[in-house]
Unconditional design. Structure first.
Length: 169
């Protein structure tokens, strides 16, 4: 067992005190190990993590990338970086678990959808509050196959930032 640990320590350069002490092979092996571990973390985080991204999900991806990159590059301790990454994934899991049953917590962490068109009429106040121009709205409608807002029963800017459209019959 001790020989195995010595091999892992040498292969990953775990005793290096500076990033410059790591060889290209050690950094490559670290990248492979981190990649495999992150696959496990993503599986732990559930499918929602890979779905439509909300602000919370985008933050998660950025923070995971930042912390995991330190484990790969050797600018932070390897196992401490992986542990920090796991804590962030677990926090995301817990937040998504509790927001499932709490409208208030869901609103706090992910916001709410904004109705931009109702019964063919554009809500310009909601459009301004969403920092969208009518040109932006028209582009999003065209992507949904709608030429005229009058053909829309309801259009919402969803929490993910995407426009959902229900056409009039």
């Amino acid at each position: 067992m001790e020989a195995l640990w010595a091999f892992i320590e040498a292969a990953l350069g775990l005793s290096a005190t500076k990033a410059e002490e790591l060889s290209a092979l050690q950094v490559s092996l670290r990248a492979l190990v981190v990649f495999i571990i992150l696959i496990g973390y993503v599986r732990f985080a559930k499918k929602r993590f890979l779905g439509e991204a909300t602000g919370l999900d985008a933050i998660l991806v950025i923070v995971i990338g930042s912390i995991a990159s330190r484990a790969i590059s050797g600018t932070a301790p390897f196992f401490a970086s992986l542990a920090g990454t796991l804590v962030i994934v677990a926090a995301h899991w817990a937040i998504s678990f509790f927001t499932r049953d709490s409208a208030l917590l869901s609103y706090i962490t992910m916001g709410r959808a904004t109705v931009l068109i109702r019964n063919g009429r554009i809500d310009r106040k909601a459009l301004r509050a969403s920092h969208m121009s009518e040109t932006d709205l028209a582009e999003d409608l065209r992507e949904k196959g709608v030429e005229d807002p009058k053909d829309v029963k309801e259009a919402r800017l969803e929490r993910s930032g995407r426009l959902s459209v229900i056409k009039r019959p």
